[in-house]
Structure formats: C-alpha cells, structure tokens
Design a binder for this molecule. Structure first.
Ligand code: ADP
Ligand code: MG
Length: 489
C-alpha cells in the first residue's frame, strides 16, 4: 500500500492593508479589533475593493511555480455561517483562480500544483475556559490569504514536510510572506489515502491543524499507519476530516464528509471580473522572480564546490546566500590579484574557509543576538579581509574569534582591530627561536621527560611558548620549532 498525499496550503500575504479594504494588515497587532472597518467587519451596504498588491503576490507565486496565469479571473462568495466570518460568506475564488497548474521539484520528484488562488482570511474566536462564552477578534478578518493546492503526487510524510519547507523558502525569496508556521502565517492541510497494488487510490482523509513542519510530518506518518491498520483489519477508511492533536500525537475525527458543507459558490457581484494581462505588466512580474532555491542550491554546489549540507543552510535565507556570494566574489578577486602565490586549489580552500566561518562563528553571533544577517554591520569586504588574514596565518583561530566578535559589534575593519588589540600572529620561526631556546633552558626536567618519550612534555613547552608571546605565536610554528631544537639536543 503506497501513501498518496495532496496538500492544501494557506499563506497570509504581506501587504500594507487588507484584501478588500483600507484596514491595516498587521500580523503583530496586540489588541483585538483595532484594525477593522465597516468592510471587513461585514456591515451591510459596503463595497469591497481589490488589493492589487495581494493579486501581484499570487501571480508571482504562479510564475515561480511555472503555473499558467489566468487571462480572466474572478472572486466568488463561499457561503457558510460561523461567528468569525462577519459577512456570512468568505470571498474566495472558485472556478477562475489566478494560477492553474505548475510544478515544484522535491528531491528530484515532481509534485504538480493544481491551482493557486486568493481569498480573505476569517477572524479569530477565543473561547472562555468554562465554555460559557466566546470572544470575537476581527483583526485577521479580511486579510489576504493565498491558497495553494497540489495534485496528490506526494508519496511520504517526509516528502510532504520537505515540500512545505521548500515552499516557505520560495515565499520568503519572493517576499510575499514570512510564512512562519508557528505564527499561523502558513497553514497546512494534508489529504491522505493509501493506493492498492494496482495503484488505485483509496478513500482520502483530510487532516487539519498542522501548525509546524514537524506536525505535518508526524500527522501524516500517524495517519498512514492508522489507515493501514484499518485496511488490514478488513474495515474501510471513512471519508472524513480529522484534526491533529499535537500533545497526544494522534489524529482524531472531526466531521464526516456526509456533513460536508454546500457552500453555494457564486460570483461576487460587488467585485469586477479581472482581465489579468490588462491589469498587470506580466513580463515585468515574470522578470522580478529571483533565482529560486532549487537552482541556487545546485549552482552553489557546482560553482563553489560546497557540500549539499552547506549549500542547504546558505540558500535557506536569501540574504545569507547573498552575503556569502559577495564574500566569495571578494575572495575571488583577491585570488586573481595574487595569482602567482595561489593555485586553483587554494581558491576552493579560501571559499571553504569562508563558508566554515559563516556557518559556525558568524551564524552563532547572529543567533545569539537574535539578529538576522540582513541587519549585521559586517560588510562582505571586511569579512573576506578577515578570511584572508586567517588564511595567511596573520591571526590565530583564537585571534580570529576575537576579531570577528569585534567586527560584529562595531562593524570595524579587521586589520584595524588586529592592530588595536595586538593580535598579529607571529609565524616567523626566526622571531620565535630565542623564546623557544629560553623555555627549553629554563625547564631541564621537562626536557628530560621529552627525551624519555613523554608526549605531554611537548604540549607543556608549546603552552609556555603561547604564554610568553601572549598568545601571539603561531602554535604550529612553535611546535615545529620545539621539535627541531629538542631533537638536536
Ligand atoms: P475535495 O473535493 O474533497 O476537496 P479535491 O479533489 O478538491 O478534493 O482535492 C483536495 C486535495 O486532496 C488536493 O490536494 C488533492 O491533491 C488531494 N487528493 C485528492 N484525492 C486524493 C487521494 N485519493 N488521496 C490523497 N489526496 C488526494
Ligand atoms: Mg478542497
């Protein structure tokens, strides 16, 4: 039995105002019912107007996924009653969505997109603990919500999770939404069934309330196992909607499809039918699509000889990828200018060194301070200068940490920091030889230990050398030097 999975993904779009009115679309609002007006509060007699930016966002998603962009599109009313929906209907799109078709490749497998459409979100209800009353907050009512529906092409829980993660990166690249699942900016519903040996799809179950990538994966895993058990015991899977219980880690029945709503969709008479190519400069929108994660990932691996795991982290955040590429191009021009000294191999080594410093030291500074790479004071020029200082052994790795931290805090130039803090590493054996001889002469017992083959005698000597030079000696040069001199004695 093969799992068959199709996803429905809702994304709260980043716009200044709501979908059909002038109220602010602010996901960080702290007070209930502050960003509302007669339109999104559903007063009678008001007229909605279409937020063009929200439509533009959806069209750009269509271009990114290779969808067919509709010539003609329209909005429809989806009728149902619930207190978080003040009008008694949701403005959505029924048979003329903005984008049809498309594809997203996940781990080499194609997942076809069925459609991408635009609708408005509902408000939020807060239920009192004793269940006696509920409070309505309409801040979210009428905010632009994009819905993306896939064909049932996904074959495992893991693949569904990766699909959602990849979409999130794309939405962020396109800057249409933060798509943070924990904040409800991206919500996922999974349709799951099991196909029989002949590939015939079984009855599907829809699982709701998936608010993190982990729950997408766990809920689908659970549901696959549950359906297997049902079928293996000779029973049939019931066509129903199930919820995901994050604490109990199980799905539970919410409603059977027999109770399914009849939404009585009909075209919203208050909104015009849209001739998309007349309203938008589609060529310009298409050109605004940046390089997408799939291409960037493989380009980074080819162009900079990165491991997949390294490329993966770098491409996840578009500004981090950009920072890295600017550093790499600085390093490449340095290599070009210093051609005699360097070889092609060195080229890769320098970039590797930069990647390591970005992914470990720099990223931990960024995370510690809750910053994003976008906000950091370090310029790519200065960062590449630091990498060259390390590469040329001008500073030790301990020194590099100090310099990087200072760069991070002040944005200062690494050479200036090295000078001000006296961090220049001494790699010149000639300069160190005198100190090395003094240390050996001053510690005859340790020397005897060394001669007797005791490993840590050498470590002691190197430690002394570092101490005498206040950490400025290059430890590997020291080690060589001690060995050379000791072995001659
Ligand atoms: P409904 O009419 O019940 O909403 P749709 O055909 O519109 O069903 O599909 C909704 C979602 O369910 C889509 O993402 C689709 O890919 C997925 N889907 C459809 N059939 C199956 C199936 N047999 N197993 C799993 N997912 C399915
Ligand atoms: Mg549906």
């Amino acid at each position: 039995m093969t799992p068959v999975i199709g996803l429905e993904i809702h994304v709260r779009l980043k716009t200044k105002t709501k979908m059909f009115c002038e109220s602010l679309n602010d996901s960080a609002e702290h007070h209930p019912n502050i960003n509302i007006c007669p339109v999104c509060a559903g007063h009678p007699g008001v007229l909605p107007t279409i937020n063009k930016k929200a439509v533009e966002h959806v069209l750009r998603v269509g271009f990114a996924l290779g969808s067919e962009i509709a010539e003609i599109s329209k909005f429809d009313r989806k009728n149902y009653f619930y207190p978080d929906l003040p009008k008694g209907y949701q403005i959505s799109q029924y048979d003329k969505p903005f984008c049809l078709g498309g594809v997203l490749i996940i781990g080499g497998r194609k997942v076809r997109i069925r459609r991408v459409h635009l609708e408005e979100d509902a408000g939020k209800l807060m239920h009192s603990e004793n269940g006696n009353f509920s409070l309505v907050d309409l801040n979210r009512a009428g905010t632009p919500l994009m819905e993306l529906v896939t064909e049932p092409d996904i074959r495992s829980a893991k693949e569904a999770k990766i699909f959602c993660e990849e979409l999130q990166i794309i939405f962020r690249y396109l800057d249409i939404s933060n798509a943070d699942m924990e904040k409800g900016e991206m919500r996922c519903e999974a349709n799951i069934s099991l196909a029989d040996e002949d590939g015939k799809f079984g009855t599907k179950v829809e699982v709701k309330n998936l608010n993190s990538f982990k729950s997408v994966e766990h809920a689908i895993e659970y549901e696959i196992e549950r359906q297997k058990t049902v079928l293996n015991s000779g029973q049939v899977v019931v066509h129903e909607t199930r919820g995901w219980d994050e604490n109990g880690k199980e799905t539970f029945s919410q409603r059977s499809k027999e109770e399914a709503h009849d939404y009585r969709y009909f075209p919203d008479p208050d909104l015009p039918i849209l001739e998309v190519s007349k309203l938008f400069d589609l060529d310009k929108l298409k050109l605004s699509i940046p390089e997408l994660p799939l291409e960037k990932r493989s380009r980074f691996m080819n162009q900079y000889a990165l491991f997949q795991s390294e490329a993966e982290i770098l491409i996840k955040d578009r500004s981090l990828a950009e920072f890295f590429e600017n550093v790499a191009s600085e390093l490449e021009s340095w290599i070009e200018d210093n051609k005699e000294e360097s070889s092609g191999k060195e080229n890769n080594n320098l970039i590797k060194l930069a990647v390591n410093y970005i992914l470990s030291d720099l990223m931990s500074l960024v995370h510690e301070t809750n910053n994003t790479i976008k906000e950091i004071l370090i310029t790519p020029e200065n960062f590449s200068e630091l990498i060259i200082l390390i590469h040329k052994n001008k500073i030790s790795s301990a020194g590099a940490k100090i310099v990087l931290k200072e760069m991070f805090l002040t944005g200062a130039d690494p050479s200036n920091i090295v000078e001000a803090k006296n961090l220049l590493q001494v790699s010149d054996a000639g300069q160190l030889e005198k100190i090395v001889r003094e240390i050996i002469d001053g510690n005859p017992k340790v020397m005897a230990d060394y001669k007797a083959g005791k490993e840590n005698a050498l470590q002691f000597f190197i430690g002394q050398g570092m101490k005498q030079t206040k950490g400025q000696a290059n430890p590997s040069v020291l080690q060589e030097l001690f060995k050379k001199i000791l072995d001659k004695i």
